[in-house]
Design a protein around this ligand. Structure first.
Ligand SMILES: [Fe+2]
Length: 291
């Protein structure tokens, strides 16, 4: 068997193993509990939707380190759309306690589902980047990491999914749903134990069961945790869509969730997108506008 066939066979077995796990094991794996080590904070940083944006990710990771936060989890879409998928997956692999599978991670490991042309082209280009690294162990480590991502994680403090607790990979929970899709929200809240962290829409904020939605600005960037259920969208590190181009993430403290926004040099990332033919220029332009 030549090297490519051997790799494809290995990839196929990884995929098969993941599919078998996905179909017969709906029970969530327990996550390692956040811990305080070396005098570091007990807080947990929650990041999502990096979308292969290295400048945004390094800015966020530096901010988390500066705050002395040693625990980070990622809600998926590490890759897809952006120009630095390999660097971003490596950083997430090294820095996060766990990563949930997003629809773009799924698209690259399996196949794009319901993607527009730009997203699909970006997914195929990203897959080529994964395959073109000549370092076989590193290449396999990345594929194995993608294939081992869970679709949901339940800890003693919260539930984590990419999209929604009802359809973890693909369902969007939009702010407008509080007016137009109250049944959908009721079905979602039925599956929320207390706190549920999500990404996917790239719009940060807090849904409560009434239903209602509060943006970080409504909350002065801090949601006080009470007894009520809440679905908390941490926003997007690498492709915000709330008309604010700054990278977004959240910090879970003992009594509150803090929303953080950080400026980075968006022009550098947008220029990288423009220089790669397979990535639609719009994917760079939207970063400048935060849409
Ligand atoms: Fe995303």
């Amino acid at each position: 068997m030549d090297e490519k066939s051997e790799h494809l066979a290995g990839l196929s077995s990884i995929r098969n193993a993941h599919e078998a796990n996905a179909s017969d094991a709906p029970a969530p794996m327990p996550a390692p509990p956040p811990s305080s080590t070396n005098g570091k904070s007990d807080a947990l940083a929650i990041i999502s939707d990096i979308h292969a944006n290295l400048e945004a990710l390094t800015t966020v990771l530096e901010d988390i380190a500066k705050r002395g936060i040693g625990n980070i989890c990622c809600l998926g879409d590490v890759i897809g759309y952006g120009p630095n998928p390999l660097e971003c997956i490596d950083l997430v692999l090294e820095n996060c306690q766990f990563t949930i599978m997003g629809n773009h991670d799924f698209a690259i490991f399996y196949e794009p589902y319901n993607f527009n042309t730009a997203a699909e082209n970006a997914a195929f280009w990203t897959r080529q980047q994964f395959e073109s690294d000549p370092d076989k162990p590193r290449r396999n480590r990345r594929w194995r990491y993608l294939g081992s991502m869970q679709t949901r994680m339940l800890t003693d403090k919260f539930l984590a999914v990419h999209g929604s607790p009802r359809r973890p990979i693909n369902e969007y929970i939009f702010p407008d749903d509080i007016y137009s899709a109250t049944q959908k929200l009721a079905g979602i809240f039925d599956r929320v134990p207390h706190l549920c962290f999500v990404g996917h829409t790239h719009v940060p904020g807090v849904f409560v069961e009434h239903p209602d939605f509060y943006s970080p600005a409504d909350l002065d960037n801090r949601y006080a945790i009470g007894s009520e259920k809440a679905v908390i969208n941490v926003g997007s590190v690498g492709q915000p869509r709330d008309h604010d181009p700054r990278a977004s993430y959240a910090i879970l403290h003992a009594d509150a969730v803090e929303f953080v926004r950080l400026s980075y040099d968006v022009n550098v990332t947008a220029e990288k997108v423009r220089s790669i033919d397979a990535l639609d220029n719009f994917l760079g332009q939207r970063l400048l506008e935060g849409v």
